[in-house]
Design a protein around this ligand. Sequence first.
Ligand SMILES: *Cc1c(COP(=O)(O)O)cnc(C)c1O
Length: 383
Amino acid sequence: MTLAIDGGTPVRTEGWPSWPPPATPEQRELLLEVLDSGAWGATSGTKVGEFTKAFAASIGAPYGVSVVNGTVALFLALRALGVGRDDEVIVPAYTFVASATSVILAGARPVIADVTPATLHLDPAAVERLIGPRTKAIMPVHLAGAPADVDALKGFGVPIVEDAAQAHGATWHGRPVGTLGDAACFSFQSSKAMTAGEGGLVVTDDEAVYRRLWALHNVGRSIDGGWYEHPDVGWNLRMTEFQAAVLLPQLGVLDEQLETRRRAVEYLRRELPLEVLAEPAGTTRSSHHLALLRYEAFGGRSKADFIAAMAAEGIPLDAGYRSLSRESALSAYTELLPCPVAEAAADSVVWIRQSMLMSDESALADIVTAAAKVRKAFSSRVQ
Ligand SMILES: *Cc1c(COP(=O)(O)O)cnc(C)c1O
């Protein structure tokens, strides 16, 4: 069969589910309630407080603070744990750049560690090589919604900030992500499993850390102090009531959405002619923010060729991260040492996004059909 990229008929012409999903009547109602109340900010309204409590409770975390976005959540968590100038924070190489730039925002140095080949999560052996007297935190990333093995990192005796930006609802040996380290950060940016366009949240089980988080995101005020008393240096990094109104009803549908994506990934893992990367062994639930596929150069053709051919077939895949070890802008702040595993992943791993994982089985079957078609065509034209 002729590939669509060579003028053949595409496997799929229909679109894909939108993300975020269409707004619900409950979201409209809450949003209008905030609009009409005139209490648009968290210091006058109640929705941010309500959402923060409900989200923290949903994962069994005693304390939470809602903020403007996930990057700022990471920055706040680091600062609340005492990370600052001349300190180092170990981050994985295969992640979104904000995992490293949040460390820079906190005034510290991101130290980029390689990942494990099977899961692309932070490699404890790489952490061991890079850890030193200046290491003040480790930031495992729950990549693609699958929990990182935080337990394996606890032995280093350094505070752990979970980057849970992609992992709403995920669990590790039955324990919710967000409760595995000393503080954890979620994102509600447009692409994430729960979203208000932008937004972020930090959770912790330590009251002292919570008090610092609260002060830092609220202009240095203390919880029981006055409006113009600023015992700490902090900033206005508060979430708005509009964001909380849009987010609140999403807590009620998260489980169902995760189950839809779990079934989609199970199907793709069974049917696709490409490996779907495994979740780390202790995973009891992934939020399946992404499905990570390992592309094995069909007929010697590149990943870019594969993505272009799949796009022409009506299957938009994503090339994913480049590895932080290759982000030259970071070299002003840290030494960019080679990370062979993350770099190999950058050259071979392809993503299926969360919105596509919300599809029904006939749409998923189109992904499988297109991948098989492209593999066959590439393999029969070895150059
Ligand atoms: C999205 C994301 C962030 C940053 O969140 P924003 O809300 O976009 O600032 C950080 N880390 C990871 C792994 C992410 O996916």
